[in-house]
Write a protein that binds this ligand. Structure first.
Ligand code: IPE
Ligand code: IPE
Ligand code: MG
Length: 249
C-alpha cells in the first residue's frame, strides 16, 4: 500500500494528541551492516526528522522521543561522547526544520547535567522555537521516569515543609504537575522499535493507560509508512479505562 493510501486510513478525529516513542535499535541496525554503532545513531537522526515532520503534518500535538536515558551514561565513554556530539550537531542543524514545520522544541529530563555545549544548544533552540504552535517536540534527555518521580517527590515535600501545601492535599493532579511532564497531556500511544517489549524507565506514571505498539523495525528504518501503520493500529483499539465495552459504545 502506498503512503497516501495508508494516510487516508487514518481517522483525523481519532488522532492521538500525544505520541511517545522509544527509539531503539540504532546499534543493532549498524551492526547488521558491519558499521560502527555511532553510524546507527546518525541514521537514527534521519528517522527523527521524518517522524517529527510527519507527526506535525498529521496534526499530532505532542511527540515525545526517548533520546538518552539516565542509564545510557553507563555505555562506553566513547559512545556517550559521540551521542552528545551528535546531539549538538543535530540541534544546530535542525532548528531550520523545526521553524519550517512550526514545531516547538522542549525537553524532559535533567538537562542541566548534560555537557555544557549540549545544554546551551538546547536552550538556544528552545528559545528560538518557543512561539511555534503546530506541535511540541519533546526530547527526553538524561531522563528516567524514576528520576522524575524522585524529583517530583522532593519538590512536593519542600512545598509541605514551606507550609504551602498540606500532605492531605497531595493527589494525582499534584503529583502529575510536579513531574517534568507536568504540562503535557498523557500519551495515548507509545511506540517502541527494535523488537524489545519493555519500558526501560520511560514515562512510568504517564503511561498508566497508554496503548502500546511494538515493531521489530530498528529505529533507523522506521519511516512514515511504519508510523502511519502504528497510528492505524492504535485507532482500531477500544480504550476502556476500566469500564466495560458496552459502556464505551
Ligand atoms: C537507541 O538505540 C538509541 C539510544 C539508546 C541512545 P540503541 O543504541 O539502544 O541501539 P541497540 O538497542 O543497541 O540496537
Ligand atoms: C531506551 O533504550 C532508551 C532510549 C531509547 C534512549 P535502551 O537501549 O537504553 O534500553 P534497554 O537497555 O534495551 O532497556
Ligand atoms: Mg537499545
Amino acid at each position: 500500500m502506498s503512503n497516501p493510501e495508508l494516510r487516508n486510513q487514518i481517522d483525523p478525529d481519532k488522532l492521538p494528541r500525544h505520541i511517545a516513542i522509544i527509539m531503539d535499535g540504532n546499534g543493532r541496525w549498524a551492526k547488521k551492516r558491519a558499521l560502527p554503532r555511532v553510524i546507527g545513531h546518525e541514521y537514527g537522526v534521519k528517522s527523527v526528522r521524518t517522524i517529527a515532520e510527519s507527526a506535525a503534518k498529521l496534526g499530532v500535538k505532542f511527540l515525545t522521543l526517548y533520546t538518552f536515558s539516565t542509564e545510557n551514561w553507563n555505555r562506553p565513554a566513547l559512545e556517550v561522547k559521540a551521542i552528545m556530539a551528535l546531539l549538538v550537531k543535530t540541534i544546530r542543524k535542525e532548528v531550520a526544520t523545526l521553524q519550517k514545520n512550526n514545531i516547538r522544541l522542549r525537553t524532559i529530563g535533567n538537562i542541566k547535567a548534560l555537557p555544557i555545549d549540549a545544554y546551551n544548544e538546547l536552550q538556544e533552540a528552545m528559545a528560538l522555537t518557543a512561539n511555534n504552535t503546530a506541535m511540541d517536540l519533546v526530547l527526553a534527555l538524561n531522563y528516567s521516569a524514576r528520576w522524575d518521580i524522585v524529583q517530583a517527590t522532593q519538590s512536593i515535600a519542600e512545598q509541605v515543609k514551606q507550609g504551602v501545601l498540606n500532605s492531605d492535599q497531595i493527589n494525582e493532579t499534584v503529583i502529575s504537575q510536579a513531574l517534568n511532564t507536568g504540562n503535557l497531556p498523557e500519551p495515548e500511544l507509545l511506540i517502541r522499535t527494535s523488537g524489545e517489549f519493555r519500558i526501560s524507565n520511560f514515562l512510568l506514571w504517564e503511561m498508566a493507560y497508554s496503548e502500546f505498539y511494538f515493531t521489530d523495525m530498528y529505529w533507523p528504518e522506521f519511516d512514515e509508512e511504519a508510523f502511519y501503520k502504528a497510528i492505524i493500529d492504535y485507532q482500531k483499539r477500544e480504550r476502556r479505562f476500566g469500564k466495560t465495552s458496552e459502556q464505551i459504545a
